[in-house]
Design a protein around this ligand. Structure first.
Ligand SMILES: [Zn+2]
Length: 239
């Protein structure tokens, strides 16, 4: 944890401390009421469960709880692989909620798709699913205010429009920095979406971070090839 600016967004720890100092109470989505000063902290895990675990530890050390949403059908990670599976379990053991980051457009019938993903998630982690987040929702789903198969999602009006929403999608504060908002000054309730990848990789810009992360993954893939495929070892050094 160096003091130099390694991350153009600043440190994740410092961000969380700022909310605590303002008196925010970190809650799960279903605990939100009209009381104010509540913060539903959400993580959509698009890339990497290791960064998610890092964020989860930082939060737990500060007594903060968050909700983590994982993709079941991603090219970037696999919650059934031993390491990703273990990371999800550890995040839950730290006191956070784990659930499904759902991509509705990959299904012909997204209701049926969600039903299947919930069954799989439950079989794997022995946990019910009472709220999901949607992966890259299109306009149809951004306006979709009803629960899906009786399960709430984070773009419903009560979570998305009735409380101020902040997001670090694309690696920048898309709706301004929360600390500079009138809602923060007035201690109104907030919904904050954090993608851990933007906070756990060093870089002076979002694209610097992506390059660093891409290179990390390339090296990892190379070692996986090496470990799992004998003939690959003949060409390993030349790649
Ligand atoms: Zn996503």
């Amino acid at each position: 944890m160096g003091s130099s600016v390694k991350n153009h967004l600043g440190s994740y720890h410092t961000l969380l401390e700022g909310f605590l100092r303002q008196g925010y109470d970190f809650v799960f989505f279903k605990e939100m009421d009209k009381a104010g000063s509540q913060l539903a902290l959400r993580h959509d895990i698009d890339f990497d469960t290791h960064f998610a675990l890092e964020a989860a530890r930082t939060e737990a050390a500060l007594g903060i709880k968050a909700t983590y949403f994982f993709l079941l059908r991603s090219h970037f990670y696999n919650i059934f692989s031993p390491q990703d599976f273990e990371n999800v379990l550890q995040i839950r053991e730290l006191g956070h909620t784990v659930s499904i980051h759902f991509d509705p457009v990959i299904y012909e019938d997204f209701h049926e798709g969600l039903k299947r993903e919930i069954a799989v998630f439950d079989a794997c982690f022995a946990t019910g699913v009472d709220i999901i987040s949607l992966h890259r929702p299109n306009d149809f789903f951004l306006q979709f205010d009803a629960p899906i198969m009786g399960v709430e999602h984070t773009y419903q009006t009560k979570y998305f429009k009735e409380v101020k929403y902040f997001s670090d999608s694309t690696g920048v504060w898309r709706f301004g920095h929360p600390f500079e908002s009138p809602e923060f000054a007035a201690k109104q309730s907030l919904h904050v979406l954090i993608h851990p990848v933007w906070w756990m990789v060093d870089g002076a810009s979002n694209t610097d971070k992506l390059v660093a992360y891409y290179n990390q993954r390339k090296e990892f893939l190379k070692s996986e090839f090496f470990n799992n495929c004998v003939p690959f070892r003949e060409v390993y050094a030349s790649l």
